[in-house]
Each structure stands twice: as structure tokens, then as C-alpha cells.
Design a protein around this ligand. Structure first.
Ligand code: BMP
Length: 273
């Protein structure tokens, strides 16, 4: 299994290369998902977890006091702590609509988010629409090939089609939100092997202390995700910041460091070090 650094040197996709370089430089494969509704909490958590993260994942549409200053501060934190930004927008509409949702509106996601994601449900035109905005800016797209939730419909031939869509658009699609490596998935008999591809696998549904949240979320440990399933980045939300109504700064920092260490230990085990 190749190292993050080796993969960074050879990756054709600019956003993937940036993420792999950040992981290698900071020695962390942790992405923190900051799902809180107040700007002050959002920025405070990111300042605490930034040193331990390669990537910060946002849902800016849940923030009640969102404004342009939030984006400026987020960008400043991204520079201060050396992490990339991933707006988890989960686009799912026709090409024309997603291109507008990505570029315009209140949030103007493409102007500040290095990475975003989309459901493959509309077919390849969703990639065309998003690429028309994101590619000139050097952004990267993740397709949701699988989900972490109980009863997810993103399985079997749906997942295979998602991987085929990505293979046909490697210049913009950098990888997947998925629960396992996708090498060889959807490759037809006698077809080309997956040797030429290096999709990044970013995996939510990661927790060390609980196995679910009572709302369908399912958690696995960093070791299960990185070693057993061959994923590249662990995405952790509530396992790090706990209850946003009772934020405990020391504990947020401690948990971020704990997940970072577990994620990196699992990676070293995977590459045999
Ligand atoms: P938490 O670790 O608190 O369960 O948060 C997981 C985050 O990952 C949420 O922001 C959720 O929207 C996202 N997510 C997920 O949990 N499962 C998926 O399959 C895809 C996701 O984007």
C-alpha cells in the first residue's frame, strides 16, 4: 500500500494532490465535521481542532448567523492551521441547477471550498454542471458512492455506476464518500483494471466510544475504517465536539488529538510500519 506522500507526488487531480500533501505534511488523516448552528461555536471549534486536521468539513446551510465574515474567518483559520475546506453540500440536481447552487446564492461555495460532494443520482450531467464552475478554480469533487446510515440505498449497482461516473471524469472527481476502497468496483470482465486510478476515500461514520446515534448513523473505529476497509480519511463530528450546547474546549482539543493519533496509527499499520 503506497504512502500518502508517494500518492501526492503522482496524483493528476490538483485538489487530491493538495489534500494528500497536507496529510503527509501534518501527519494527520483526520477530517473534522463541524455541524453546529452558531457562527461563534463554529469558528471556536475549528480553531481548536485545526492543528490536528487535514480537512475541515462544513454544512454552512445550518448556520443561523451566517455572513461573509464567517467565510473570511474560516479561510484565515485554514491558512493559520494548514487545512483544506470541504463543504458537504451533497448536490443532487440537474447540471444547470447545481452549477448555480455551487457558484451563487448566499453561500457561493465554489469561491471558498476546496472540495465539495454530490450524489450520483442524476447521472453524469451533475459532474458536467459542477465541473463547469469548479474545474477552472482547481476544486475537487467527491461522489457519494456509499453512505454510513442504516438501510442506505447507495449499494450494489448504484455504487458501481458511481465509480464508473468518476472514472470517466477523473480530472474533476478526486474520490468518494464511501465505507471502503473502490479499486476494481464496477470494472467489467475483460475491462481495464483500476491500476491507473487513485481515488481518495473519505469516510464518515467514525467513532471510538459509541456505535450509533439513535438516528440511523452507524460508527466504526478508525482502525476498522483505515486498516480493514482501506479508506484514506476519517471524518469525525460529534465524537470530537460532543454536545454543542456544552462545549468544553479542553475536551474538544483532547478528542481531536485522540482521533488524529488513532487515524495515523491505523495508517502506519496499513502501510506496514
Ligand atoms: P457525526 O460524526 O457527528 O455522526 O457526523 C458525521 C458527518 O458526516 C455529518 O456531517 C454527516 O452529514 C456526514 N455524513 C455521514 O455521516 N454519512 C454519510 O454517509 C455521508 C456524510 O456526509
Amino acid at each position: 500500500m503506497r504512502t500518502y506522500g508517494h500518492r501526492a507526488n503522482n496524483h493528476p487531480n490538483a485538489a487530491a494532490r493538495q489534500l494528500l500533501e497536507t496529510i503527509d505534511r501534518k501527519k494527520t488523516n483526520l477530517c473534522v465535521s463541524v455541524d453546529v448552528t452558531r457562527k461563534a461555536d463554529f469558528l471556536a471549534i475549528i480553531d481548536l481542532v485545526g492543528p490536528f486536521s487535514c480537512l475541515v468539513k462544513t454544512h454552512v446551510d445550518i448556520i443561523e448567523d451566517f455572513d461573509h465574515d464567517l467565510i473570511e474567518q474560516l479561510q484565515a483559520l485554514s491558512k493559520k492551521h494548514d487545512f483544506l475546506i470541504f463543504e458537504d453540500r451533497k448536490f443532487a440536481d440537474i447540471g444547470n441547477t447545481v452549477s448555480l447552487q455551487y457558484s451563487s446564492g448566499v453561500h457561493k461555495i465554489a469561491s471558498w471550498s476546496h472540495i465539495t460532494n454530490a450524489h450520483p443520482v442524476p447521472g453524469p450531467s451533475i459532474i458536467t454542471g459542477l465541473a463547469s464552475v469548479g474545474k477552472p478554480l482547481g476544486r475537487g469533487l467527491l461522489l457519494l458512492a456509499e453512505m454510513s446510515t442504516k438501510g442506505s440505498l447507495a449499494v450494489g449497482s448504484y455504487t458501481e455506476e458511481a465509480v464508473r461516473m468518476a472514472r470517466a471524469n477523473k480530472d474533476f472527481v478526486m474520490g468518494f464518500i464511501a465505507q471502503r476502497r473502490m479499486d476494481g468496483v464496477g470494472v467489467q470482465e475483460g475491462g481495464n483494471s483500476a491500476e491507473e486510478e487513485d481515488f481518495l476515500i473519505l469516510t464518515p461514520g467514525v467513532g471510538l466510544d459509541v456505535r450509533g446515534d439513535g438516528m440511523g448513523q452507524q460508527y466504526r473505529t478508525p482502525r476498522e475504517v483505515i486498516v480493514e476497509s482501506g479508506c484514506d480519511v476519517i471524518i469525525v463530528g460529534r465524537g470530537i465536539y460532543g454536545n454543542p450546547k456544552a462545549l468544553d474546549a479542553d475536551n474538544v482539543r483532547r478528542q481531536a488529538e485522540r482521533y488524529m493519533k488513532e487515524g495515523w496509527k491505523a495508517y502506519l499499520e496499513r502501510i506496514g510500519e
